[in-house]
Each structure stands twice: as structure tokens, then as C-alpha cells.
Design a protein around this ligand. Sequence first.
Ligand code: NDP
Length: 318
Amino acid sequence: MLYNRTGNSGLLLPALSLGLWHSFGATSDHANKRALCRKAFDLGITHFDLANNYGPPAGSAEEALGEILATDFKNKRDELIISTKAGYHMWDGPYGEWGSRKYMIASLDQSLKRMNLPYVDIYYSHRFDPNTPLEETMGALAHAVQSGKALYVGISNYPAKQTRKAAKLLREMGTPCLIHQPRFNMLQQEPKEQGVFKAADEADMGVICFSPLGQGLLTSKYLNGIPEGSRATLGGFLKKDQITAPLVEKLRALNKLAEARGQTLAQMAIGWVLAHEEVTSALIGASRPEQIEDAVGALGNLKFTKVELGKISGLIAS
Ligand code: NDP
């Protein structure tokens, strides 16, 4: 594993991190959840990323991790970076989502209880709240650190302008913003195009990119149809009708390019994300341990020639 410095902080994050958004809900097999975490850790993936609402039901991924930490990671807490977030709907009534101090602090307390932890390493505001003063949301993050419930703080899905403002506020509060967590992959490049990478870089923050595989699109999974049990068949955020014939054409061409590099498409997609100098870590998901092995194989070839980058851009734009 490679470990990259997060912004200008003292914290090193693995070039690959494991997210528990999918495959860790109450109906998923517990033995598989344990196998995923163990495989990741054995390969040097020291960072597990959660949020209050991961499941289903919301909260169950944190509960699962709490159990796994107790059974499989005894005495390993200091070798792990565990993050959680609050921002999306978590409980009924006016205090169960967005960015108020009330919600942010209550949600962190609930997350700690579910994971049976005294603190998380990184606590995130999961989304910008246009109706709460940013001072209040950032103040709640700073409070989490001051009260010993988080070591670092981050923001996720924040546009460039709010990223700059959040970074300034947190710096003034004495709790620098460690990291930004946007979605970024070959098919979805908004953080690069809309200035989020630049804003994070200028504020000395690290960047951890979620869905580097486009939820599985940027793997060999959908090149010849939609396999039963794949994420696109589960009725979540990835829909079957997104997998159009022109997209599959594109993916097949990208797959050929990956083969020419001696990689799988998933490995090339991860390598491409990590080739951006602002990026600290690619935050992958997995439904099987072998997928984590495949992903880690990306580290074998992280260099792209100008010709390859040009071909990738051309294919994506086509
Ligand atoms: P990816 O883009 O890495 O997609 C992961 C999925 O792709 C897997 O679950 C699997 O799906 C498929 N896959 C992975 N490897 C392979 C392979 N080698 N071959 C074939 N298929 C493969 O990331 P996610 O979308 O899962 O997001 C990762 C993490 O990012 C989340 O767990 C979460 O922590 C974070 N996140 C943060 C968000 C935010 O708002 N901050 C939003 C979304 C995610 P299948 O089930 O089909 O096998």
C-alpha cells in the first residue's frame, strides 16, 4: 500500500480506502462484512469510511463495524482511521438532517454509540446546508474535535465557493479542515471541472474521492449485460437504465485500453483518479473480497502517458 499525506496535515491515508455504504446493511451477510474489512486491512487499507445513514436501515453499517472492531480488530484501533458523517436524513422531525449544531452533535453521539467508540478519526459535514449559517455547521465540527469526539474534520459534497469559506472558518476556529470528500471518476469529473480540487488544494486540504469505479460501471462487470445481484439490479442509486448501449461501447473501449496497460478496467479507473495530484485517496466500495484485491492491483501501474490520457479523455467525451 502507498500512504499519502493528507493536505499539509500530519495524517497519512492509504491510497485506497474502503467505504461501507453498500454491503454492510442489516440484510447483508455478516461473514462477508468481516471478510471485506479483514481483506482490506491485510492489504494495507487502514481507512474505513462510514456515515450515520449507511445501511439499510440507516445506522446498521456503523453497528456492523462496531461488531467487527470488537471481534476482528481487537487492539487495532490505533492502526485504523475511521470516519463518519452527518448531513442526510437520519431521524424524524426538524433536527434529523442538514447542518444545525443540534443535529451534527447529536448525530455524532449516536454514531459513536453504534460503533462503540469514544471518538472517530474524521467527522464530516456530509453536505452543504444552504439554510444554516456555515459558521454554525463548522462550529459544530470544531466542537466535535474540542470535545474529544473527533480527531479531524472534513466536508463532503461541498461546492468550491463553500469549500473556501468552510476552510477559512475552520482555520479561524483552530481546527483546520483536513479533507474534502467529493465524487470523482472518469465518468463524473465535476470536482475537477467546477473548481473543488483547486479550492481544496489552495486550502491545504486533502481530497478523498468516492465512487472511483462509478459504482461498478468502470469495471468489467457490465461489459456484457447486467449480472443478477450486481448493484444495478438492487434498486439503489445505480439504475439499470443508466447502462445504455453507447455507455457500454465506451466502457468496452476503455477496457481495451486498460488491457493494453496490463490492467483490469477497475485498476485503470482507480489509477486514473490517483493520477490527479490533489487526490489523497480513492474511496472504493466492494461486495466481495476479491474486488478489493483487484483494486489494490491498481497500485502496480499508476503512471499514464500523455497519449493514454488523451485517449481516455477522447473516449469519455465521445
Ligand atoms: P465504487 O465506485 O468503488 O463502487 C463499488 C462497487 O463496484 C462495488 O460495491 C461492486 O459492486 C463494484 N465493484 C468493485 N470492484 C469491482 C471489480 N473489481 N469488479 C467488478 N465490480 C466491482 O464506490 P462506491 O460507490 O461503493 O462508493 C465507495 C464509498 O464512497 C462508499 O462506501 C462511501 O464510503 C463513499 N461514498 C460517499 C458519498 C458521500 O456523499 N460522501 C456518496 C457515495 C459513496 P457490486 O455490488 O455490483 O459487486
